[in-house]
Design a protein around this ligand. Structure first.
Ligand code: FAD
Length: 466
């Protein structure tokens, strides 16, 4: 039987999950289609990239998935990887404010206090800052509005100090973005809903986030990876795909709409004829891919930021003064260029051989992007200098691995949801059978990407069956 082709563009977690769910649906429904996944680089996995060296497991990109988001765990179970899962080691985490490490106060959610006691006892915010933050309990709710920046929302409720010292370091750590430009509704719409319903975020969190029951044993970490690193899920997905599904080293140049569907043109000059297409590449690739269609032009203006991480392996003896915990994030008002640091040997003990330490630090604040391009040696030195302001490391690392991620972190700026909806609406009229998924759209977390992949697959099947 001559099978028609569905093309998936991009072989990151979104593209691979889409290919997996699509082939599963094709098999189950016995549909006359085949899947081709086109990937520009010579490997699949995109921002998931595990390096194994000298007995260490080093994550060059993402290091884990959050366990409470179901699409990730569901896929892991389907793939038969449950026994490979490991949870992160739990321990004290810190925020570095004006050069000093402070324990993350208990009972805070994304830096927003839920319990007043630990907040008042914390040294993160001055007494004046605490009084200002507690205005949240009495301050009138803001007007209903379609979107606003995360920064202006939290600053209005809590004042600048709590935002700059606690909320901003945590949130910008997730999105590598500037919270004064990021969209509240595309990132944490639940905070807006809490304000509208309870008038106060502190009261709202108290009402809606249950206090975990007291347990005698250690609570499992909120994140998971795999014994062999996060790449395990990528390798398993590849193993599950039909032979010849993936086309590596093939850049999609552009896509032409034809009467019978789409022509996907590769930079090699090859053309793949498709009845439906799922794109999973970053938003900035879309205006060129669909250059016949002006409605994707606004994606040219959506910013992306760059980050780099520096993983360094040490002999334990090199760390003279360690800290009891798993890592810290850094506030913007600290004289540091690293933005976060993980003691990977404590967070993921199986990543590091006995007697060794693995420390991973990030650089690349929204207003310090040039740091990402520093030469390797300078970057390692800069990171060591910063680390030595809080620890005492007496020897050079046995090795360092630098991973640069350039213009790759999509910024969900104010108006993001509206922009995405508009593009999708236009696409449904002008590009029927083309669907956009991936981290530029509805969530940067890996489970969000998997969820988007599964939804796009349902849309493709519905489209082809009607
Ligand atoms: P990508 O992984 O970017 O994949 C897109 C693919 O498309 C790439 O392989 C690219 O080569 C390919 N491509 C691009 N253009 C073309 C073209 N023209 N033709 C063909 N192919 C093309 N999330 C978490 O949940 N937990 C974490 O711990 C975490 N940490 C992170 C750390 C870093 C350093 C980074 C960068 C991200 C992190 N994230 C984390 C976010 C998460 O990793 C990503 O959002 C997610 O992996 C994105 O997957 P994706 O498939 O949508 O995109």
């Amino acid at each position: 039987m001559n099978k028609q082709t569905i093309v998936i563009i991009g072989g990151g977690i979104t593209g691979l999950s889409a290919a997996y769910y699509l082939q599963k649906a094709i098999r189950e429904k016995d549909l006359p289609y085949q899947v081709r996944l086109v990937e520009a680089s010579s490997r699949v996995g995109g921002k998931i990239n595990t390096l194994k060296r000298d007995g260490f497991i080093i994550e060059r990109g993402a290091d884990s998935m959050i366990a409470r988001k179901k699409p990730g765990v569901k896929l892991v179970e389907e793939l038969g990887l449950k026994d490979e899962m490991i949870r992160n080691g739990t321990g004290q985490s810190y925020i570095l404010v004006q050069g000093k490490l402070h324990k993350m106060p208990k009972g805070a959610f994304m830096g927003v206090p839920k319990k007043i006691g630990p907040f008042l006892r914390s040294g993160l915010v001055s007494p004046t800052g605490k009084i200002r933050a507690l205005f949240d309990l009495v301050k009138a709710k803001g007007p209903e509005q379609p979107d606003q920046s995360l920064g202006s929302f939290f600053r209005r409720r809590f004042g600048n100090e709590l935002v700059d010292n606690e909320i901003e370091p945590l949130l910008s750590g997730i999105y590598s973005g500037d919270i004064d430009e990021m969209s509240l509704m595309a990132t944490f719409p639940n905070f807006y809903q809490l304000e509208q319903k309870y008038g106060s975020l502190i009261k709202g969190l108290k009402q809606t986030v249950p206090t975990p029951p007291k347990t005698t044993g250690k609570t499992p970490g909120a994140f998971f990876s795999f014994k062999g690193g996060l790449q395990t899920i990528v390798d398993k997905l590849v193993e599950k795909l039909d032979e010849n599904t993936i086309l590596l080293d093939s850049i999609v140049d552009h896509i032409e709409k034809k009467d019978t569907g789409y022509h996907v043109l590769l930079d090699s000059g090859d053309v793949i004829k498709a009845v439906s297409v799922i794109t999973t590449t970053p938003h900035q690739t879309l205006p060129k891919m669909f250059s016949q269609f002006n409605f994707l032009k606004p994606f040219d203006d959506v910013p992306s930021s760059s980050v780099a991480n520096v993983a360094m392996g040490f002999d334990q003896s090199a760390i003279k003064q360690d800290i009891d915990g798993t890592g810290f994030v850094v506030s913007r008002n600290s004289d540091f260029r690293i933005t976060a640091c993980t003691w990977t040997h404590k967070k993921w003990p199986s990543s590091t051989p006995e007697g060794k330490a693995l420390i991973r630090c990030y650089v690349g604040r929204p207003h310090d992007q040039e740091v990402v391009d520093l030469p390797d040696e300078e970057l390692v030195q800069l990171v060591l200098n910063d680390l030595n302001k809080t620890m005492n490391i007496t020897a050079e690392p046995e090795f360092s691995v630098i991973s640069r991620w350039k213009n790759i972190m999509p910024q969900y700026t104010v108006g993001h949801i509206e922009r995405i909806e508009k593009a999708r609406q236009e696409a449904s009229e002008q590009l029927p059978g083309v669907y956009f998924a991936g981290s530029s759209f509805e969530g940067v977390g890996i489970p969000d990407c998997i969820d988007q992949a599964e939804k796009a697959v349902h849309q493709v099947i519905d489209f082809l069956q009607t």
